[in-house]
Design a protein around this ligand. Structure first.
Ligand SMILES: Nc1ncnc2c1ncn2[C@@H]1O[C@H](COP(=O)(O)OP(=O)(O)OP(=O)(O)O)[C@@H](O)[C@H]1O
Ligand SMILES: [Mg+2]
Length: 391
């Protein structure tokens, strides 16, 4: 048996971050990239450029690899079904992936599994939204079932007058409308499952979004009651098993203390996820290594956290366009923080990297958060407040 080749469709930072673990394990990685300048191309020796919406391109790519997996969820399911019919090993399978591609399909599946959804309905017009809001109350959240990311495709409607804002969203197909959940915070559980069945979860984390974009992740979610942590972990593993998910999956959730079972499912992502970047430094097995193991049906790596807390702070494009020039002040302000940069040009608000910081023995969480934010802020701004490093 020679070493296998893993093909990743999509050349963003998630594909790029599989490159390190692939090298360590001696596994060849190939990427089907959207263009020559995307994040993964510089990190993956064998990248081809092509359109993931074109069947022949996908067939040519799949012909050279042992397993096909993904950096994003936008490959049309019909094309994946055709590849599967050709005999290509696609992980996760098109039928599992559908639940991360279509939020209406996902809501129905979560309901069928007996897990807690926000109140929701499929609607086609303004009257449908208003009828739903009469029952669920304003505000409501309107979502395009497919193609959304980073809050694109999500619209909060405050009242009946606000529904006019949604006029352009009605194009004949079903939309998803949900109650606006008054959550206390957002949680995420990351699990990995291999085709032969073994699955493992990482500790449940808190994820903090700013303007619908992930900003910070705290692992584990501080002060989370054990009963909620256990229920959420069981939910993640159950979803993975029952939907036949393979590879890494994130379940995004809302914590709702005092109502229902204390949490609601928001959505699923079937690939490594921003809420799991902390695992690269904070867990015995990082999510990118685990994804490779899982899609190859290798035994999964232990998911134990290595310290009491890990904090991940995203670096979004800001005033500083010369990130490397800010490495010296950033790195000296937090020598124990780990910098991850995606090799992307800086554009305002774009995810260009992240910083992981781990708690030293007995170190308060707030100090760990400050260290991660200090280093990330220095890289983003080019200056920034020096932070003290106790680790
Ligand atoms: N029903 C809801 N009630 C309250 N807030 C919500 C609701 N649905 C979504 N949100 C908020 O909007 C954010 C984005 O929603 P969602 O995760 O569905 O969209 P997305 O664009 O697919 O996100 P992602 O970037 O994770 O792919 C959520 O993280 C949450 O902060
Ligand atoms: Mg989301």
């Amino acid at each position: 048996m020679t070493f296998p080749v893993v093909g990743v469709i999509g050349g963003g930072q998630l594909a790029r971050m599989m490159a390190g673990p692939a090298v360590e394990l001696g596994i060849e990685l190939r990427v089907l990239a959207e263009g020559p300048d995307v994040s993964a191309v510089a990190a993956v020796a064998h990248s081809s450029i092509g359109d993931y919406r074109d069947l022949q391109t996908l067939r040519d790519f799949a012909a050279g690899v042992d397993v096909v997996t993904f950096d994003h969820e936008h490959v049309p399911g019909e094309l994946l079904e055709q590849l599967a019919a050709d005999g290509v090993s696609i992980q996760p399978s098109p039928s599992a992936l559908l639940h991360a591609q279509d939020k209406l399909v996902m809501r129905r599946a979560v309901e069928d599994l007996g897990l807690p959804n926000p109140r929701w309905r499929a609607v086609r017009d303004a009257a449908g939204i208003e009828a739903f809001a009469v029952e669920a109350g304003w505000p409501v959240v309107l979502k395009t079932p497919r193609g959304g990311y980073d809050g694109k495709g999500v619209l909060v409607l405050q009242d009946a007058a606000g529904v006019a804002e949604a006029a352009a969203w009605f194009t004949g197909g079903d939309l998803l409308v949900e109650q606006f959940v008054p959550f206390s915070r957002e949680l995420s559980v990351l699990v990995a499952r291999r085709p032969s069945g073994e699955s493992l979860a990482w500790p449940v984390v808190e994820s903090i979004q700013v303007d619908s974009v992930c900003d910070e992740v705290i692992a584990p979610a501080p002060g989370l009651p054990a009963a909620i942590a256990d229920a959420v972990t069981a939910a993640g593993l159950r979803i993975a098993e029952r939907l036949g998910v393979t590879g890494v999956m994130a379940v995004e959730l809302f914590e709702t203390p005092g109502t229902g079972v204390g949490y609601l499912v928001n959505e699923l992502a079937m690939r490594p996820h921003n809420s799991g970047h902390w695992t690269m430094d904070g867990s015995l097995t990082g999510q990118f290594e685990q994804h490779l193991r899982a899609v190859l049906d290798l035994p999964l790596g232990a998911t134990d956290p290595v310290r009491q807390y890990a904090v991940m702070k995203n670096i979004l494009g800001g005033p500083n366009t010369d990130i490397y020039a800010a490495y010296p002040p950033g790195m000296s302000s937090g020598p124990s923080a780990k910098v991850h940069f995606y090799g992307k040009d800086v554009r305002p608000g774009r995810k260009i990297g992240h910083v992981n910081a781990l708690a030293a023995q007995g170190e308060p969480l707030e100090a760990v958060r400050a260290r991660a934010a200090g280093v990330a802020g220095t890289l983003r701004d080019g200056t920034g407040m020096p932070s003290t490093d106790h680790a």
